[in-house]
Design a binder for this molecule. Structure first.
Ligand code: NAP
Length: 283
């Protein structure tokens, strides 16, 4: 049975370090502040916001929310982003995604100030991920994947890493971050010819496809490190990952659970980014 990689353990170790950084900023008269923008109040966003507020509260970050009407247009969103860009008391801006379909995502990505873009949306921060430049803000979720691998001292250099999923938010940046650590990376997607065979090449397997429990033990190389990014709801209304833990855990060497895996670390990465943005704003 593979060892469980606990995101809760990782978060538990990182939060005291972040709290110390938050205190240092407060001692210098800087109140780090994050503003969350969301459309309406859908349960997924509220769940994530609750976690973000809890983590930020633990490390001394103030959090505000700007709620837009679900039918607010791109101009309304750009106006809010512009105000927050110009507000020196705001260090980080987090926009809940996915946006409503009528929003021009490209315009929003171009508008957010890169220095406040703590979830790595802007083309500027995206480029830094591809350049392996650590001064940028990569998106929080793939960074959480890396935090778990780092915390458990999993060697990446020279290993085959297979990323399932190629979204701009998770799959592609995860692949670039793994490449930056000298893994040999393959990216799979819905048109990959034989997904199971491709996945079984992975010493490290990152699943980010949004398909409840699709990745069974059959997809896993014996002894592989399996990181499950998926957050899905199964037919019984239970939260589950993209990996079928029951069949995967006996094959894997190490594996993250859902819940209690990547999701538990994502908000600590967010908090870390806000603290860095606050420190850099005053540097
Ligand atoms: P997404 O934008 O829907 O992208 C899904 C990717 O998976 C796409 O590249 C798609 O391929 C691929 N895919 C879908 N079905 C597939 C299949 N049957 N076989 C192979 N590839 C398939 O999703 P996302 O935003 O990247 O999120 C992925 C998962 O992570 C979701 O479960 C989401 O809820 C979760 N998530 C978790 C966190 C966290 O903090 N833990 C944060 C964000 C997202 P194509 O490109 O070919 O369509």
């Amino acid at each position: 049975m593979g060892e469980t990689l606990s995101g809760k353990k990782v978060a538990g170790e990182v939060i005291p370090e972040l709290a110390a950084e938050g205190k240092k900023l407060l001692d210098r008269g800087i109140q780090p502040k994050l503003v969350i923008i969301r459309f309406g109040a859908n349960p997924d966003d509220l769940f994530y916001e609750k976690g973000a507020r809890k983590t930020c509260g633990q490390v001394g970050i103030a959090v505000d929310t700007r709620e837009l009407a679900p039918d607010a247009d791109t101009a309304a969103l750009l106006k809010v982003v512009g105000e927050l860009n110009d507000d020196a008391s705001v260090h980080g801006i987090l926009m809940m995604q996915p946006f409503p379909k009528h929003i021009d995502i490209q315009a929003v990505r171009n508008k957010i100030a890169p220095a406040k873009d703590v979830d790595g949306m802007s083309p500027f921060n995206e480029a830094k991920v591809y350049e392996n430049d650590p001064t940028g803000f990569p998106p929080c979720t793939p960074t959480a994947v890396m935090e778990i691998l780092k915390n458990y001292k999993i060697e990446l250099k020279g290993k085959n890493a297979v990323v399932l999923g190629r979204s701009m938010v998770v799959g592609k940046p995860a692949a670039m971050l793994l490449l930056g650590e000298h893994a040999t990376v393959s990216i799979c997607h819905s048109r990959t010819a034989d997904l199971a065979a491709a996945a079984r090449q992975g010493d490290i397997l990152v699943a980010a496809i949004g398909r409840a429990r699709m990745i069974t033990g059959h997809y896993i190389k014996p002894g592989a490190v399996v990181i499950d990014v998926g957050i899905n709801v199964d037919k019984d209304g239970k939260m589950c990952g993209d990996v079928d833990f029951e069949s995967a855990a006996p094959v894997a060497g190490m594996i993250t659970p859902v819940p209690g895996g990547v999701g538990s670390v994502t908000t600590t990465v967010l908090a870390k980014h806000v603290l860095r943005a606050a420190a850099q704003a005053k540097a």
